[in-house]
Design a protein around this ligand. Structure first.
Ligand code: FCB
Length: 456
C-alpha cells in the first residue's frame, strides 16, 4: 500500500495547546486564558500556562520531528503573541518566536504549515463582542497580513482558520469552549464572521504572494446508526432528510460559502429562526468565496443521527430541531469517540465529489488513549491500530479518485486538550508534564517507518 510520490507526511499541534509561556515577551491574554482560569470550565481546572513549554523547548521538539522523518509540521500562530490587543500595534517579540521556529524547521528540512487561527482570540477583541462582532473579521485580516509580512518569504503553506464550526458553535453556542457563551443566534453570527475573516485574510495572503492557501474544517460523514456498519444501508425518507440537514449545518455551512459563494438553505433557515440573517450583508458571500488551493479535513469520527420527531435543537446545533444525535455501534477512544475508520474514506470521497475545484489534505486525525510509560517505552497498540486503519482509508480514497495531498497526525505531542485538560493524551510523543520529558510512543516509531516507506 504505497502512497503517491509527493504525498506529504506530518503532524499537527496548536499554539495554546503546547506553547505555555503565556506571559512572556509581551503576549496578550487570549479567550482561552480567561476561560481556563475560570473554575469549572476545564477538567481538573487545567490551564495552558505551562502546557508542553514548547515556547522554550521548540528546538528539542523540532529535533524529535526530524527523528520521526516528518516532512511537514502544522502549527498555529497565537494572535495575542503577535498583536496583544487584537488590533493596533504588532509585537515584534511575539513574531520573533515564530521566526525562530520557522528557521529551525527549514534547517531540519520540514515544511511549515501555518494555521493563523486555532481558537486563541485576543481577549480584548472578545471584550468588544468577539466573533459576534463583524469588525473582528477585519482585525483578523490585518493580523494575517502582519504574520505573512514577517514569514511569507519562507512559508508556502497557509491556513486561515481551524475548525470554524467548533469555534462558533462550541464557543458561542453550547459554551463548552472559550469564550463560553450559550446563544444560538451568536453562534450563527460568529460562524458568518469567521467565514468573512477567512475570505478577507485569504485575499490578503493571495495578493501578498502566498503559494498555498487552505481552510481547515472539522468534517464528518453524517450517517444513520445502520449506515455506520453497513455502507449500503438505505435510510428511510425521514432519516435521510435529517442526515442531509446535519451535513449542511456541519460541513456545507462553511465549504459552500468558501467554494461557491452560497449558503445552504438549511443554514439560512436556522438563522431566520435564531435572530435573523441581518449579519449576512450584500457582498459578503463574494468576499468569502476567495480562491483557495486546499481544504484541510480534520476527521475523528462520524456524526450519527436519526429522525427524532418533536425534539428541540441541540445547543451546539441551531437548526437541528427533530434530530436525534445517536451513538455509533463501534469501539471508542478515551474521548468516548467511536472508531470508524471507513468514515474517513466515505467523507473524503464525498468532499472531492462536491468540491472538485480544491485539493484535500487530512490536517488532523488521531486518537486519545490512556497511555502509560514503562521502562522508557509507551506501548500504544490501540493508537497504532487507529492510525493504521485510517491511513488505509486515506489510501482507499486516493484510489477512488480523491485529490489527497497529505496526512498530518493529531498530535505530535500530548497536550492541553481544551475542555478535557491534560487528562486526554493524543500525542504520538508522550509528555511527562512534571518534568517535560518527551518519550516517543510506539505509534511514533511505527509512523516513522510508514513515512520512510511512503506506505506500508
Ligand atoms: C480538534 C482540534 C484540535 C484537537 C483535536 C483533538 O477539534 O482542532 O485542537 O483538540 O480536536
Amino acid at each position: 500500500m504505497i502512497f503517491p510520490e509527493d504525498f506529504v507526511w506530518g503532524a499537527a499541534t496548536a499554539s495554546y495547546q503546547i506553547e505555555g509561556a503565556v506571559k512572556e515577551d509581551g503576549r496578550g491574554q487570549s479567550i482561552w486564558d480567561t476561560f481556563s482560569h475560570t473554575p469549572g470550565n476545564v477538567a481538573n481546572d487545567d490551564t495552558g500556562d505551562m502546557a508542553c513549554d514548547h515556547y522554550h523547548r521548540f528546538r528539542e521538539d523540532v529535533g524529535l520531528m526530524r527523528e520521526l522523518r516528518l516532512a511537514a509540521y502544522r502549527f498555529s500562530v497565537a494572535w495575542p503573541r503577535v498583536q496583544p490587543d487584537g488590533a493596533g500595534p504588532i509585537n515584534p517579540r511575539g513574531l520573533a518566536f515564530y521566526d525562530r521556529l520557522v528557521d529551525e524547521l527549514l534547517a531540519a528540512d520540514i515544511s511549515p504549515y501555518i494555521t493563523l487561527y486555532h481558537w486563541d482570540l485576543p481577549q480584548a477583541l472578545e471584550d468588544r463582542g468577539g466573533w459576534t462582532d463583524r469588525d473582528t473579521a477585519h482585525r483578523f485580516a490585518d493580523y494575517a497580513q502582519a504574520v505573512y509580512d514577517r514569514l511569507g518569504d519562507r512559508v508556502e503553506h497557509w491556513a486561515t482558520l481551524n475548525e470554524p464550526w467548533v469555534a462558533a458553535f462550541l464557543g458561542y453556542g453550547n459554551g463548552v469552549h472559550a469564550p463560553g457563551r450559550r446563544d444560538p443566534a451568536s453562534a450563527l453570527r460568529s460562524a458568518h464572521h469567521l467565514l468573512l475573516g477567512h475570505g478577507l485574510a485569504a485575499r490578503r495572503l493571495r495578493t501578498s504572494g502566498a503559494r498555498s492557501i487552505m481552510l481547515v474544517v472539522n468534517s464528518s460523514p453524517v450517517l444513520t446508526p445502520a449506515q455506520v456498519n453497513d455502507p449500503w444501508a438505505v435510510p428511510g425518507d425521514a432519516d435521510a432528510a435529517v442526515v442531509e440537514r446535519v451535513h449542511a449545518l456541519l460541513t456545507r455551512q462553511f465549504l459552500d460559502p468558501a467554494l461557491y459563494g452560497t449558503y445552504p438553505e438549511e443554514v439560512l433557515e436556522a438563522a431566520a429562526r435564531n435572530g435573523g440573517t441581518g449579519h449576512v450583508q450584500d457582498g459578503d458571500l463574494a468576499l468569502i468565496n476567495a480562491p483557495i488551493d486546499l481544504v484541510g479535513v480534520n476527521y475523528y469520527n462520524p456524526c450519527v443521527v436519526e429522525a427524532g420527531p418533536g425534539l428541540p435543537a441541540d445547543a451546539a446545533w441551531p437548526g437541528s430541531e427533530g434530530v436525534r444525535f445517536a451513538q455509533a455501534d463501534a469501539p471508542t477512544t478515551a474521548m468516548g469517540w467511536p472508531i470508524v475508520p471507513d468514515g474517513l474514506s466515505r467523507l473524503l470521497v464525498r468532499l472531492s465529489r462536491d468540491y472538485p475545484q480544491v485539493g484535500l489534505m487530512v490536517t488532523e486525525n488521531g486518537a486519545a488513549f490512556d497511555d502509560v510509560v514503562s521502562d522508557g517505552r509507551v506501548h500504544d497498540a490501540e493508537r497504532v491500530a487507529y492510525l493504521d486503519g485510517h491511513l488505509r482509508e486515506v489510501h482507499r480514497a486516493i484510489e477512488a479518485g480523491a485529490d489527497l495531498r497529505g496526512y498530518l497526525v493529531w498530535s505530535l505531542l500530548d497536550n492541553f486538550e481544551w475542555a478535557e485538560g491534560y487528562r486526554r493524551r493524543f500525542g504520538i510523543v508522550h509528555v511527562d508534564y512534571a518534568t517535560q520529558t518527551r518519550t516517543p510512543k510506539d505509534s511514533a516509531l511505527w509512523y516513522r517507518d510508514v513515512i520512510t516507506g511512503n506506505g506500508f
